[in-house]
Design a binder for this molecule. Sequence first.
Ligand SMILES: [Zn+2]
Ligand SMILES: [Zn+2]
Length: 251
Amino acid sequence: MVSRYLVDGLMSLFFPADCLLCGKNLEPLNRSFICLDCWKKVKWLPSVCCVRCGRPLSFVSDKNLNYPSVCLDCRENPPHFKRLFSPTVYQGVIAEAIKLFKYNGKRGIIRGFIQIIDASINRFNLTSLGLEAIVPVPLHSTKLRERGFNQAKELAKVISRYLNVPVWSDYLIRVRYTRPQTKLRRKDREENMKRAFSIRKGAKNRGKGKRILLVDDVYTTGVTLNEASYEMKKDGAEVFSFTLARALEPQ
Ligand SMILES: [Zn+2]
Ligand SMILES: [Zn+2]
């Protein structure tokens, strides 16, 4: 007979009893590695945001402009995607959760992300967009081998289930291995991401006339989403994008 202790021991290996962020005991049935009190600290973006890139807009400084719902950056340099939908501010709990999910293999954290995605679908009324496909930002094959999974694809699969729209994971491909973006300045990031993506040879024209949701975990400067959107737009698609979190200032 398998010892009860062994089973408990194994369970706690997969489902630790303490919150990975604050160390408090997890609630029974909470398999997200993070306690509910910590999840409640996730900061949501305000509702008044640039309709293109999701940057919070200041009412005072923007009320006299002709297009108050589009930020200055987007007016000068419109992104290749139509809109970015992003529910949370990339800091604190959500930033830690995304890092644990991506780099520490704590896949169960997706249970917390699912709650956020669920709320976002209503908040942004994503069902009304008439989306026809969901495309995760692809990882380079080398990175995929290292990490074992593509976090953007995991998020895309969740959205796909809610919207009942298929995930196209063999449409957009990463053709170039890029250096980590975090240590680069904006200009260098743009240069670094140039032609990093392509439409897979056999999938050319698949995007023609299609409304597609491009999905990634985090929006920092928007360079990655913009470059990926550019390729899809060239293929004839109308691109919307979704990220779980958005940095407030370019980092
Ligand atoms: Zn906690
Ligand atoms: Zn903007």
